[in-house]
Design a protein around this ligand. Structure first.
Ligand code: ZN
Length: 310
């Protein structure tokens, strides 16, 4: 078992229209856009990052808005629900706010003793707000959601899998411990990590395989403190038989990726250097930031990207 993983780092999904995506995460959910950059592997598509004030690891929801792309189909082998933490007692506020803005799929229930409000994103993305124990996290209030209701970062995520056994074994190797089971859903928790510390595995043996498209999670990233810890994790995974990519520089973190037995693409990302490495905290996410290798093509890239009104 490895001990370097500290919970979630970010979740990256696919979207259709960039403006709609931006407005939902900033105006509806009240998150801060902490980075506006491009997909480093396909720079004609934005990579938009939303989180708390500084984009603390464990708070960062990111999107590739592809514009004209079909919706994904829900199924197995994917992150089925991305879960955000909100303060105790905040769900009434959110229920009213989301209903008032015409958000679809609103449904309130409880799981593992935590009240939750499920809802859909603009591309049919599956989300839940979960009333969670306070863990010294602070909501971004710059978009008008009050501090006592604001999103505190991720609570965790739920994977939907045809067979959970191999993924359960992997999570255990990564430092997670199985804590509770409710019906077909088993909860895994990482101790001593950040507050985005749960992964729920839902076994749905008869369901079809998910098809990726707008509203689908592309990959889920787990946090390690630094590059040394990342190299230790990479070696341990490869020693266990996983095929892991080389370390890739994502400007705001370093990344490695590997496909898991249940089908979900995992990333391990470093907490260093962070989203303020090339912008003042006061102006995070405002300017289009490009990796150095694309700077010579800035005019061309900007001409291909749809403008996003703040
Ligand atoms: Zn990523």
């Amino acid at each position: 078992m490895i001990t370097q993983i500290k919970g979630l780092h970010h979740v990256t999904s696919m979207a259709s229209a960039a403006q709609q995506n931006n407005d939902f995460f900033t105006r509806t959910l009240g998150l801060r856009r902490v980075k506006k950059t491009v997909n480093f592997d396909a720079p004609d598509v934005y990579h938009l990052y939303y989180g708390d004030e500084v984009g603390t690891p464990g708070s960062v929801m990111t999107y590739f808005p592809f514009g004209d792309v079909g919706r994904g189909t829900r199924g197995t082998g994917e992150v089925g629900v991305t879960e955000f933490a909100v303060p105790q007692g905040a769900l009434g506020y959110w229920s009213d706010r989301l209903a008032g803005q015409g958000v679809s799929g609103l449904h309130q229930d409880a799981l593992f003793g935590e009240a939750r409000l499920q809802f859909e994103g603009p591309d049919g993305d599956s989300f839940a707000l979960v009333e969670s124990p306070s863990r010294e996290r602070f909501a971004w209030t710059g978009n008008g959601v009050p501090q006592d209701a604001g999103i505190l970062g991720f609570r965790g995520a739920r994977f939907r899998l045809r067979d959970t056994a191999a993924t359960a074994e992997l999570l255990t190797f990564m430092g997670y411990k199985k804590s509770e089971t409710s019906g077909a859903i088993s909860r895994f928790v990482i101790e001593g990590g950040n507050a985005a510390d749960t992964i729920d595995l839902e076994e749905v043996p008869g369901a079809r395989t998910a098809g990726q498209g707008a509203g689908s999670v592309h990959h889920i990233a787990f946090a390690v403190e630094n590059r040394a810890a990342q190299l230790e994790v990479r070696q341990a995974l490869m020693d266990t038989g996983y095929q892991v990519t080389p370390v890739i520089d994502r400007d705001y973190f370093w990344a490695i990726y590997f496909r898991t037995p249940g089908g979900v693409l995992f990333e391990i990302a470093t907490n260093e250097p962070g989203f303020d490495r090339d912008e003042d905290t006061a102006h995070l996410g405002e300017a289009l930031k490009l990796p150095t290798r694309y700077e010579p093509f800035r005019d061309k890239i900007e001409s291909l990207l749809p403008p996003i009104a703040a």
